[in-house]
Design a protein around this ligand. Structure first.
Ligand SMILES: Nc1nc2c(c(=O)[nH]1)N[C@H]1C(S)=C(S)[C@@H](COP(=O)(O)O)O[C@H]1N2
Ligand SMILES: [Mo]
Length: 507
């Protein structure tokens, strides 16, 4: 057996790992898309302005009657990872796969340059263009170019592979991270450059379609055009085609195994979703710690977004409490918030203090324009005015010894629970870093007006470094706690408990 130096083991291994991970990325990406099956270029996501949708549902034009959770579509576990309206797990799987994919990609690119093998895929002469065109015309005539052209890659392959590796893959990464609130609140100009959150999201989708199209074409052509050579190269790294039959068998078995693995991940996740959440969110937390946790938001100190960017429309997630759900809140609403009370507490000492809206407004106020993103995909830009959470907490003294988190409760209930048990009050827990950020505020005005009822009146949380699910509306209490494991299902929030989101909402 003569080993072809062009197909070393590291190349074949990273190639296979890449295939498995791209499958996981596509499937978990589709799960995320299915939770909000619409795409916009406009950053206010106004109903009826989407450029593409995968749902027949018509959106009501009125604000505050339809929640984004109502817009979810269910994917089969054969298609989505994991399927069946599990956006939380879909997001974690996307995170796990992308971390491994980037790592694998880095190993590949470093070795590509270290071994000099880059020369055969990165074109170094303009001749590649006419040659690629020639090959293309051969393919368009439904014929295959002769084997002598593939030494090992022809010009069309060079262009295609270079594009996918050095342009398409980085575009997916760059548009992907632009959707993280931690990135947006720290580098707003970067997201603006990509056309805002919806620009990044739509471009990410288009790049995904190109990647999926490439995978299908690439796998097809590998079989159709000089398959014997390709199989032996990929499987054995061998120069002769003597073992082609064996290589075909191994190749097909490997593809079948990869497909079964993709589907098995879905069923493994669905079999015990809490376990899947612990496993996957535990892994993605490593990435958040490394890349996101130390980015501090600076919406109140920059002017990348101004009042000109304010959205015409604002989506809603979570409808206001009804009279059965919270008679206190209804009564407060009907007295123009005279009767509204917010409790500040220290659960460690068991002490608390009650404030009204006027007390709140006496603290130093901050105001900034920021983009809200729901992890489902929609966004809206508003000017938020309120008081810093840390200033508010100071009213009950310094941070109590042993208090590591702040729990914020709502007068409103969760929309649904993870195991369909009766709905409980909506809550979210913030870690110390988020509590002390400049742009973590209790807001009582939006766009210079008192907060609208459906957007959390009279006071709601804003934590600009995080996705919307941390930003409790219709706040009832704010308390220091020791550990969130002692509250709810112990995951640190309603969306964490009911939709298995990560405690850390920075991406
Ligand atoms: N009380 C309460 N607060 C909540 C929710 C909710 O259902 N109930 N949904 C959260 C989610 S997932 C998002 S995206 C934002 C939506 O804020 P909006 O309705 O003001 O646009 O509120 C968050 N705060
Ligand atoms: Mo959300």
């Amino acid at each position: 057996m003569e080993i072809n130096p062009d197909f070393p083991l590291w190349l074949r291994a990273t190639h296979l790992i890449n295939f498995v991970l791209i499958g996981m990325l596509l499937r978990s990406g589709w799960e995320i898309l299915s939770s909000m099956p619409r795409l916009w270029w406009r950053n206010d996501c106004a109903p009826g302005t989407e450029w593409l949708r995968f749902t027949r549902r018509r959106l009501p034009q009125e604000e505050g009657v339809y929640t984004s959770l109502m817009d979810e579509k269910s994917l089969s576990p054969l298609i989505g990872l994991p399927g069946r309206e599990n956006i939380g797990l879909g997001r974690h799987w996307h995170g796990v796969s992308v971390m491994l994919w980037v790592l694998n990609g880095l190993v590949y690119v470093v070795l590509l340059f270290a071994t000099g093998l880059w020369r055969r895929i990165i074109p170094t002469s303009w001749d590649v263009l006419p040659e690629a065109w020639e090959t293309l015309t051969v393919y368009l005539g439904f014929e295959a170019p002769g084997i002598e052209h593939f030494t090992p890659y022809d010009s069309l392959q060079m262009l295609g592979y270079s594009f996918v590796i050095f342009i398409l893959a980085p575009s997916l990464i760059l548009t992907g991270i632009a959707m993280a609130p931690a990135i947006r609140s720290r580098f707003p100009w970067y997201v603006k450059m990509l056309g805002g959150h919806q620009g990044a999201r739509s471009l990410h989708f288009i790049a995904m379609v190109m990647m999926a199209g490439f995978v299908v074409m690439h796998v097809g052509l590998v079989f159709l055009v000089h398959g014997d050579h390709n199989m032996v190269h990929m499987v054995f790294g061998d120069i002769s085609t003597a073992r082609a039959a064996q290589a075909y068998t191994i190749m097909i078995a490997t593809i079948v195994a990869a497909v079964l693995f993709w589907i098995a991940l879905s069923y493994w996740s669905l079999a015990d979703r809490a376990r899947a959440q612990r496993f996957t969110a535990g892994l993605t937390e490593i990435g958040r710690k490394l890349f996101l946790n130390w980015l501090r938001p600076r919406m109140s100190r920059q002017n990348a977004y101004t009042d000109k960017d304010i959205s015409a429309f604002h989506w809603t997630n979570g409808l206001p409490p009804t009279v059965d759900e919270s008679p206190e809140w209804i009564e407060a609403r009907d007295t123009d918030w005279e009767g509204y009370r917010i409790t500040l507490g220290d659960d460690l000492a068991g002490t608390e203090k009650t404030l009204n809206l006027a007390d709140l407004k006496e603290l130093p106020q901050v105001s900034y324009v920021a983009v809200h993103t729901c992890m489902q995909g929609w966004s809206a830009t508003s000017r938020w005015t309120g008081v810093r959470l840390r200033d508010l907490l100071d009213l009950i003294g310094p941070r109590p010894d042993g208090a590591e988190y702040v729990l914020v409760d709502s007068y409103g209930l969760a929309q649904e629970m993870f195991d369909n048990r009766p709905r409980e009050p909506f809550y979210a827990v913030l870690d110390l870093a988020t509590v002390y950020e400049d742009d973590t505020i209790v807001a009582f005005e939006r766009n210079g007006e008192p907060l609208e009822t459906h957007l959390g009146a009279p006071a709601r949380l804003r934590a600009e470094s995080n996705h919307g699910y941390k930003m409790v509306k219709w706040i009832s209490s704010i308390r220091w706690i020791r550990d969130y494991a002692d509250y709810g299902d112990g995951r640190g929030g309603t969306r964490e408990d009911s939709a298995l989101q990560a405690f850390n909402g920075r991406i």
